[in-house]
Ligand binder design. Structure first.
Ligand code: SIN
Ligand code: FE2
Length: 213
């Protein structure tokens, strides 16, 4: 039984030490988040980056905030400029920073100040293979991941690539936070199932907030 059945607070589910699912946490901010995404994409359009091996990544990506995650022939890194425009990444919309901070705090990481937000777009069939987020300087800060649009099956593994993975169903408005002992857990996304979300259409948008620098 969960107290949130009886009030308006979103449910908070501890998954493992350092990892928390905040079901529906972003729902109240959905319109502001979508407006923020549209504003960012107008300045820094989604693009398919190249893997260091020279393959096009399936997920379409862009960034906002002081630092953006990029991948190309030279490898993975964070940088202040969008390589497509040569300009700084768009600023973090106020609604983004606020939501990320509140979610982190709720999951036990107060004072989270993200300096990078990666925006990922998945179309039906798009998957993201198992990986760790380890291009950041400071692993003491958590990852805050916000799901919008079509639902996805998130694979949440352990600290070694071969560890068993748990399948988490991520719906529009869900926020997943992992940090502390869970910070370097492997994770990925199963191929997106087809469908149509009433607000976002045939896609899933994921916002990943990190303290990168
Ligand atoms: C990521 O690991 O960068 C994205 C995860 C997701 O789309 O849920
Ligand atoms: Fe990741």
């Amino acid at each position: 039984m969960n107290a949130s059945l009886f009030d308006d607070e979103p449910a908070e589910m501890p998954l493992a030490p350092g990892a928390t699912m905040l079901r529906g946490f972003a729902l109240a901010h959905s319109a502001a988040l979508q407006a923020g995404v549209a504003a960012v994409l107008a300045q820094a359009p989604l693009r398919q980056m190249l893997t260091p091996g020279g393959k096009l990544m399936a997920v379409w990506m862009t960034n906002c905030g002081p630092l953006g995650w990029v991948s190309d022939r030279r490898g993975y890194r964070y940088q202040a400029q969008d390589p497509v425009s040569g300009r700084p990444w768009p600023a973090l919309p106020a609604a983004f920073a606020e939501l990320a901070q509140q979610a982190a705090e709720r999951a036990g990481f107060p004072r989270f100040e993200p300096d990078a937000c990666l925006i990922n777009r998945y179309l039906p069939g798009t998957r993201l293979s198992l990986h760790q987020d380890r291009d950041e300087q400071d692993f003491s800060q958590p990852i805050v991941s916000v799901s919008l649009g079509l639902p996805a099956v998130f694979l949440f593994g352990g600290l070694s690539r071969g560890d068993k993975t748990e399948r988490l169903d991520l719906q529009h408005g869900d926020v997943l936070v992992w940090g502390g002992p869970a910070r370097l857990r492997f994770h990925g996304v199963m191929p997106l199932a087809g469908g149509r979300h009433e607000e976002l259409g045939e896609q899933r948008i994921n916002l990943t907030f990190r303290k990168a620098g």
